[in-house]
Design a protein around this ligand. Structure first.
Ligand code: DAH
Length: 358
């Protein structure tokens, strides 16, 4: 049997390999040369038909050719691999200078924002945050706060009562944050300086009342606490909160069962038609209740009124949020309307600072 012209065969195969335009063509060339039915493989098989001397020579030549072809395939593969990678990098390149696709970002609800602002201001004054349960017992919500059984405040507050328990008592949804005063006095020794922000509930619904709303309570108990401290603390808070350094603040005698004396606090404002301006003018706007803690309340909290005095105040968070941010209807706060939240909500990372004003 005749062997093909090995030099020509090798030259042809090398040319095909070197010209292979892509990895598929290269693989086809490899199979054509070295595959089971490839030209070099077939030639190897036909060596058996040669005389021993010729076989040896032809075998060596074929092995050399195989070696060269294998090397050429590897070399071409390296080149084609690099080109394929280059192509991929070009077509799949990421342009890091492109602006990021817009992502819908959340907003901080005005109630959360206002609560955080209050906590920041009182925090600077040395207050810590205290908490109590939303579902309260009669004692903490009323009795301990000196609100007697027949006291009109119980009706006034339009309380939500829970179903009667086995012992005949009924739990309530707390009508104010004042019960946290009692819980704090029972669990802490004076000096006490706490604020208690949280949810409160009353059966009421109009533009300025919702069945669930928010209050913040403040309680200070110490050996030398007096009305001057109460006034200074409230004035400082209101001026910081509304960011009006000379905000007029007025204390007006009032009555709460849990304080004696009691005062309502007004801030200066002006009204033109439906428009309300806080900070100046000849009108007043009631903003919170306050007073010196009633001795009976101190006693209910386990504190000796002969040794300690305290002051307390409470205000509506939603209400001051409406005033500060010009939100006309309280009911919209709790309707979970995303358009409303986008309009009145706060961008999460734009944190107000104490120095730049809140
Ligand atoms: N608890 C009162 C209310 O809900 C507000 C209040 C008034 C709280 C006077 C106080 C206070 O701590 O001293 O209307």
């Amino acid at each position: 049997m005749e062997l093909p012209d090995l030099d020509k065969l090798q030259a042809d195969l090398l040319q095909t390999i070197e010209n292979a335009p892509d990895l598929d063509a290269l693989e086809a060339a490899r199979v054509a040369a070295l595959g089971r039915k490839g030209q070099l493989t077939q030639s190897m098989k036909s060596l058996g038909g040669l005389a021993p001397d010729d076989r040896k020579q032809a075998g060596q030549a074929l092995n050399q050719a195989k070696e060269r072809i294998t090397q050429a395939i590897e070399a071409r593969r390296t080149v084609l691999d690099a080109a394929a990678l280059e192509e991929k990098l070009l077509t799949e390149a990421i342009d890091v200078t492109l602006p990021a696709a817009p992502r819908p970002d959340g907003r901080i609800h005005p109630v959360s924002q206002t609560m955080d602002e209050c906590i920041a201001i009182f925090g600077e004054m040395g207050f810590t945050v205290a908490e109590g349960p939303d579902i309260e017992d009669d004692f903490h919500n009323f009795t301990a706060l000196n609100i007697a059984e027949e006291h009109p405040a119980r009706q006034m507050m339009d309380t939500f009562y829970l179903p009667e328990r086995a012992d005949g008592s009924r739990m309530v949804l707390r009508t104010h944050t004042s019960p946290v005063q009692i819980r704090t006095m029972k669990s802490q020794e004076p000096p006490i300086r706490i604020i208690a922000p949280g949810r409160t509930y009353r059966c009421d619904y109009d533009a300025t009342h919702t069945p669930m709303f928010h209050q913040i309570e403040a309680l200070v108990v110490d050996e030398v606490t007096h009305l001057g401290h109460l006034k200074g603390c409230i004035i400082d808070f209101l001026r910081a909160f509304f960011d009006i350094p000379d905000l007029p603040v007025r204390f007006r005698p009032s009555h709460f069962p849990f304080t004696e004396p009691s005062m309502e606090v007004d801030i200066g404002c002006s009204r033109k038609g439906a428009e309300l301006h806080i900070g100046a003018g000849d009108d007043w706007l009631e903003i919170m209740g306050s007073g010196m803690v009633h001795p009976k309340v101190l006693e209910h909290g386990g504190i000796d009124p002969a040794r300690y005095q305290g002051f307390a105040f409470g205000l509506g968070i939603d209400r001051i949020a409406m005033l500060k941010y010009g939100i006309p209807d309280l009911r919209t706060f709790f309707e979970a309307d995303l358009r409303w939240l986008k309009h009145y909500g706060f961008v999460p990372l734009a944190v107000p600072s104490m120095t730049s004003g809140l």
